[in-house]
Design a binder for this molecule. Sequence first.
Ligand code: 4AD
Ligand code: MG
Length: 463
Amino acid sequence: MNRDRIADIFSSENTGHEVTVMGWVKTRRDSRGGFSFIELNDGSCLKNLQIIADSNLSNYTEEISKLQSGCSVRIKGTVVKSSGKGQTVELQADKIEALGWADPDYYPLQKKRHSFEFLRTIAHLRPRSNTLGAVMRVRNAMSMAIHRFFQEKGFLYIHTPIITGSDCEGAGEMFRVTSFDLDNIPQKNGKTDFEKDFFNSPAHLTVSGQLEAETYALSMGNVYTFGPTFRAENSNTSRHLAEFWMVEPEMAFCGLEEDITLAVEFLKYVFTYVLKNCEDDMQFFNRFIDKTVIETLERIISQAFEVLTYTEAMEILTKASRKFDFPVKWGNDLQSEHERYLCETIFNRPVVLTDYPREIKAFYMKANNDGKTVRAMDVLVPKIGEIIGGSQREDDYDTLINRIKELELDPENYWWYLDLRKFGSAPHSGFGLGFERVIQFVTGMTNIRDVIPFPRTPGNVSF
Ligand code: 4AD
Ligand code: MG
């Protein structure tokens, strides 16, 4: 079915030519002058195309006048200049066909505005709402920007596996992958006999593609992976998903400073791209979701990020006049209240924290000489907190294997990872950006469940 996209009709602003549009009716209202106004949306842009349907069209009474919100239609007509507010062109219809009806007694998207909680219960229809449509277009543009950024810099896109035998973060928050009949699990010496499972050993969904990305960085230079990751942490917050997408660059011959420089440049690139390519959607967020989003992004693009060590941050937090719910103590992980306080109250900009205590970070981070901290870096932003976690990687074989043993991880599971430190080891670094968190930041959406098509959270996988 050849059709013209509404976004193209608006962007060309040509008039006098014939087009065929297809989409879903947002509203239809009768005008006293003997015609109907139909607001049509096809998902290509936020704006609806206004259609003028004259009552002398042959199927006016039996079809057109019965169109309601949610119906799908095919409309042939001529693009004309519009005198209406907020639009440059509209469509004078020659022919309107109803393709699919939507019974108004049952169609759940009747009102102009629905709560996001309600929309989550109809995840299959919510992309027809203005907000979710705008989020998904911005999400699409950001994916594009991410690939463009890395491709322009010569990074190779590596598809790291989803099913893995190793726990990257060593935090044990993994979903198991098995083909066992769960009612009849093979046993050996009173324990699950994984040799009989599909992979002959335990397998999980990956929490991060980093370890595998490292192997490719240490043969191909600069690489990145961008795919779904999974965490079985029982965090029911507005910033956690059980399935989320992560962007992970990994660079050989690269230290922590260059890693930070890349992260800052990367975020600025993505923000600039969205402001330029999603103007209408961003205006929408700025108007209805958070009145400061555009200004905040513009300011961040033009500013340097604040870079300081974890220890320096702890000193600031200890002196804070504000009372926190979680105690501020050297050695404790930062909670989002601390991260937000630094970004919003102290620095009023994104903050990069480095050199965290080794105890609260993953086994693969490069140890500092002080024996207490590691070459970690987290990027924190106002309103969200952490959006990037990264580090220089431990490239010394003995230090790494000792750390793995110290944490009671099984070196056998990491033999290939350790091999990289035996054969042509090199300083290397990378980071992981939580894709949904950065979409939240860009759009101002407060709940992470509303920036991914089908959110998976504790207790919710229905659709
Ligand atoms: O800080 P994390 O755990 O780092 C890693 O996984 C590293 N292996 C990345 C790397 O160095 N290649 O996760 C990275 C980012 C976090 O900063 C956060 O933005 C996001 O992933 N993230 C989540 N996003 C949504 N839901 C969750 N449950 C998340 N957990 C982490
Ligand atoms: Mg982290």
